[in-house]
Design a protein around this ligand. Structure first.
Ligand code: SF4
Length: 158
């Protein structure tokens, strides 16, 4: 979904978005029902736990230690194109800002964050990317996280 602005080769080398610690475990991707079935069939040892109306990978944390997603292999995400929606759109996020849904970009992704804001807002409009995210957020409200001060906003729901 992000191929126009994020090279797959850059993601392959980085993988920062597949590691979590205690402080950012809220970022663990949501697993929607269809994907949950697929994971249960293909990876019966992987444990999923409920989060709101969805599920997340059951990951155990120990302070600041970074724990990698159980779907991450040395060749990247084993789920490929079936990866969670949250992963397909990262570093973009749908956030709630005083009752309005906005799309923000996480500064943790250096590659995307280095692009000019104008390029990001243009991308959000292109091919209905922003609308896709807002539609998904409507169907899966648990993916909407509180706005974090300072995160650049590239679109707002009207
Ligand atoms: S599901 Fe795949 S892309 Fe998403 S965090 Fe896990 S390894 Fe990374």
């Amino acid at each position: 979904m992000l191929k126009q602005i994020l090279k797959q080769s850059s993601c392959g080398k980085c993988r920062i978005c597949c590691g979590f610690d205690e402080s950012d475990k809220w970022e663990i991707p949501l697993v929607f029902d269809e994907l949950k079935k697929l994971i249960e069939e293909r990876f019966p040892d992987v444990k999923l736990i409920p989060r709101g109306n969805e599920h997340v990978f059951d990951m155990q944390f120990n302070g600041d230690e970074v724990v990698y997603c159980p779907m991450l292999t040395e060749n990247g995400c084993i789920l490929g194109d079936d990866k969670p929606f949250d992963c397909r759109i990262w570093p973009f996020r749908v956030n709630d800002l005083n009752g309005t849904r906005v799309i923000t970009v996480s500064p943790v992704c250096g590659e995307v964050s280095s692009l000019p804001l104008s390029a990001l807002t243009e991308f959000a409009e292109k091919d209905g990317f922003a609308q896709k995210l807002f539609r998904a957020a409507k169907a899966h409200p648990d993916m909407v996280k509180p706005y974090i001060s300072g995160y650049p906003i590239i679109a707002a729901e009207v």
